[in-house]
Design a protein around this ligand. Structure first.
Ligand SMILES: Cc1ncc(COP(=O)(O)O)c(C=O)c1O
Length: 422
């Protein structure tokens, strides 16, 4: 079935591109054209995207995990459709059936200590909620994150992220937000020693930074340091959560005890936006005192909650977990072989389950030419914004052998065309 362009008053892809430049985002629209990625997504199903011009792409980025369970997953659509028979967004002031059930399920499946859930409709909003909760709990203002962190673009989350984004909008507030190098425990200890930090926020594996893996023991030691100095530990699991690493929350594999877990992206199944901050008793204190202290009309919408409950059921199913393990192992083997075959091109593999960053040599121009080569060969995977030698390669949780094999074949073909002699 062709995408119904005419429903929107268009008769060609070019018209859409022209209007996107005129009415939406001229710079971003031009950027992709210049990069050789003239994508306007039309039909989408499972792990396949089809451009309006018919170009077919296996989606190996999934918008950071938004489409973990595939595009337009039939079970997610059915959950939304069923919910729409009797509910809508709901009213955020009142207790609601689906929202309460989702909060209960998130607490039931969370690590020990998590007691309550606050909902948002974007990852950034839930990061803001996490920061606000930590500030309330500690009576302190300072937030520590890592350099090249990415936590979103909302009021507080942008301050915790890289200055590439915060400076532009005068949101770089060095009095409130401190950044230290990743995997540098001494630097972390030094800022925490002042005893004025409300929270440390860390992506369990920093995605936009290119998936550098935490050193063994690093995350647990940071959490320990935070607690010893009275600060909270916020695990940003917007990209690493929801079973991508073979655990529902990747932080549980690190030995770190989080006070707050932030989730988003895939929680809404790519169908309806819903995000959450999962809070322990200390972080959730404000909810006992002033339940009207944070409000969001769409936070924890009832139909979104219905979809998220279905998503949790899908991602925690034993067969899903088994598939994550199987495809992770198959990909690890394939990448190891490619690294031996193309040593001058593929120079690093950063993998935890289906969270994968592939590091390419500057000698071939880093990850961008690989992204283009894959695009031409029918695979979509994007470079890492804050470290463009790394390609974000993130298959879905339900991906099958054949799709993985096709993607690996496209990567092999791309490297054959780009590789420099070893
Ligand atoms: C780790 C992480 N945290 C937070 C966010 C912000 O999520 P959103 O774009 O839904 O605001 C993102 C988005 O990519 C992310 O990758």
């Amino acid at each position: 079935m062709a995408f119904p362009l005419s429903d929107y008053g268009y008769s060609s892809k070019q018209e859409v591109l022209d209007d996107a430049k005129r009415y939406w985002n001229p710079d971003k629209t031009a950027f992709w054209q210049d990069e050789g990625i003239p994508l306007v997504i039309g039909e989408r199903e499972g792990y396949v995207l089809t451009d309006l011009d018919g170009h077919r792409l296996i989606d190996m980025h999934l918008n950071g995990g938004t489409y973990n369970i595939g595009h337009r997953n039939p079970r997610a659509i059915a959950a939304l459709t069923r919910a729409l028979e009797h509910a809508d967004v709901g009213n955020h002031h009142f207790p609601a059936v689906a929202r309460t059930a989702l909060a209960r399920e998130l607490v039931r499946t969370a690590p020990e200590g998590i007691e309550k859930v606050v909902f948002g409709s974007s990852g950034g909003e839930s990061v803001d909620l996490a920061i606000k909760s930590a500030r309330w709990a500690t009576g302190r203002r300072r937030i520590v994150s890592i350099r090249k962190a990415y936590h979103g673009h909302t009021g507080l989350s942008i301050g915790a992220g890289d200055e590439r984004f915060s400076r532009l909008f005068h949101a770089d507030r060095s009095d409130e937000f401190v950044q230290v190098p990743f995997n540098d425990l001494d630097a972390m200890a030094e800022v925490l020693a002042a005893g004025d930090v409300a929270a440390v926020i860390l992506e369990t594996i920093p995605a936009t930074y290119g998936f550098p893996l935490p050193d063994p023991g690093y995350l647990a030691a940071v959490a320990e340091l935070a607690h010893r100095t009275g600060a909270l530990y916020i695990a940003d699991e917007v990209q690493t959560g929801l079973m991508r690493t073979g655990a529902l929350w990747a932080i549980t594999k690190s030995g770190a005890q989080p006070d707050i877990i932030v989730t988003g992206k895939g929680l809404g199944g790519g169908i309806y936006p819903v995000t959450a901050a999962l809070l322990n008793g200390r972080a959730a204190g404000w909810l006992e005192v002033d339940g009207f202290a944070h409000m969001a009309t769409f936070g924890g919408s009832e139909v979104g909650a219905a979809v998220a409950l279905e998503v949790l059921d899908i991602v925690t199913a034993p067969e899903t977990v088994a598939n994550v393990r199987r495809q992770s192992a198959r990909l690890a083997d394939a990448f190891a072989e490619l690294m031996i075959r193309f040593p001058g091109a593929l120079v690093g593999i950063r993998q935890d389950g289906l969270v994968i960053g592939l590091e390419f040599s500057p000698a071939i121009g880093g990850a961008k030419p690989v992204m283009r080569g894959l695009y031409e060969r029918g695979v979509w995977a994007i470079f890492s914004t804050l470290d463009p030698v790394v390609l974000q390669f993130k298959p879905g949780l339900l991906v099958d052998d054949d799709t993985v094999d096709q993607a690996v074949a496209a990567l092999t073909g791309t490297l054959e065309s780009l590789a420099v002699p070893a």
